[in-house]
Design a protein around this ligand. Structure first.
Ligand SMILES: C[S@@+](CC[C@H](N)C(=O)[O-])C[C@H]1O[C@@H](n2cnc3c(N)ncnc32)[C@H](O)[C@@H]1O
Length: 243
C-alpha cells in the first residue's frame, strides 16, 4: 500500500511526465504536466516518445499491467495505457517512472472519445484487458467490442491493425464472437474460451492483470479473442453515448 489517498494520487498524476489527461468528453482536449494544453494527435511517437516506433494501446488498462509488461519485453515499441480512473493510472505510471520505462505512457480519458487523440493509422495494435462486460440488457453498446467502438478503433488503427480482447467474462467473449462474426469489416483471427487449458498461443498472454488474478482466484476461466478490422461496413452503433 502506498498510504496515499485518491486526491493525493490525482495531484501526483498531474505532475507525472508520462501521463496525459482529458476529462471533458464533449470537448476532448489533452493536457500534460500541470494541466498544460497539448496536442499529440499524429505526434505521439515523435513528441512524447522521441522516436518513430509503432504504438500499442491498452484500453481499460487499470493499473496498466499489460502496458508495463509489454514495454519491458519490447523496448523497440511504444505503449500507452488508457483508463478513466486516475488512481489506477497513478500506480502504473509510477512503476513506469521507477523502472525508467520511457516507452510506456498513460492517457486518462474515456475510451468513447479515443479517436480524438490519435491520427488515422497512428496505432499499430490494441489490447483490451478485462473490460467491464456491461451484461445488463440494453447496455450492449457500452461493451468495448460494440460497433461504436469498432468505428473508433478503425479510425486510429493502421490498415490491418489487430485488436486483442482478454476477458474473464464468457458472456462478453461469446457476445463478441457472435457480433463480430456478423460484421462484414471484421475478421476473427483467433479465439479461445479457456486459454490456460493448453500452451499459450502467444507469450504476451502470460501477463497477468490485477482483475485477472481476482477472477482466477474465483475459479473463472480466461478467454482470448483476436480480430482485425478491415475496409468493409461496420453495422450498427448509434454513436457515442456521451457525445
Ligand atoms: C475491470 S477493470 C480492468 C482493469 C485492468 N485491465 C485489469 O485487468 O486489472 C476495467 C477498467 O476499465 C475502465 N473503464 C471502463 N469503462 C471505461 C471507459 N469508457 N473509458 C475509460 N476507461 C474505462 C475502468 O476504469 C477500469 O479500470
Amino acid at each position: 500500500m502506498s498510504g496515499r489517498n485518491k486526491l493525493q494520487k490525482f495531484a501526483e498524476v498531474l505532475q507525472m511526465p508520462n501521463v496525459y489527461e482529458s476529462f471533458e468528453p464533449t470537448k476532448p482536449e489533452l493536457t500534460g504536466v500541470n494541466g498544460t494544453k497539448t496536442d499529440l494527435r499524429g505526434r505521439w511517437a515523435a513528441e512524447h516518445f522521441g522516436n518513430d516506433r509503432p504504438i500499442t494501446l491498452e484500453l481499460a488498462c487499470g493499473r496498466g499491467e499489460y502496458t508495463l509488461d509489454l514495454a519491458r519485453q519490447y523496448s523497440d515499441r511504444n505503449f500507452i495505457g488508457v483508463d478513466i480512473k486516475g488512481a489506477r493510472i497513478w500506480k502504473g505510471a509510477r512503476i513506469a517512472l521507477a523502472e525508467n520505462l520511457s516507452n510506456a505512457a498513460f492517457l486518462r480519458t474515456r475510451i468513447e472519445v479515443i479517436s480524438h487523440f490519435f491520427a488515422t493509422g497512428e496505432v499499430e495494435e490494441i489490447w483490451i484487458t478485462f473490460p467491464d462486460p456491461f451484461l445488463k440488457k440494453g447496455k450492449e453498446n457500452r461493451r468495448l467490442t460494440a460497433a461504436q467502438f469498432l468505428k473508433q478503433y478503425r479510425r486510429i488503427l493502421k490498415p490491418g491493425g489487430v485488436v486483442h480482447l482478454k476477458t474473464d467474462s464468457q458472456e462478453l467473449y461469446e457476445w463478441s464472437v457472435e457480433t463480430l462474426t456478423e460484421q462484414p469489416a471484421v475478421e476473427i483471427l483467433y479465439r479461445d474460451h479457456d486459454i490456460y487449458s493448453k500452451p499459450l498461443p502467444i507469450p504476451e498472454l502470460a501477463t497477468e492483470t490485477y482483475y485477472e488474478r481476482m477472477h482466477k482466484d474465483l475459479g473463472k476461466t480466461i478467454t482470448y479473442l483476436r480480430f482485425r478490422i478491415g475496409d468493409g461496413e461496420i453495422l450498427g452503433g448509434k454513436g457515442m453515448p456521451i457525445h
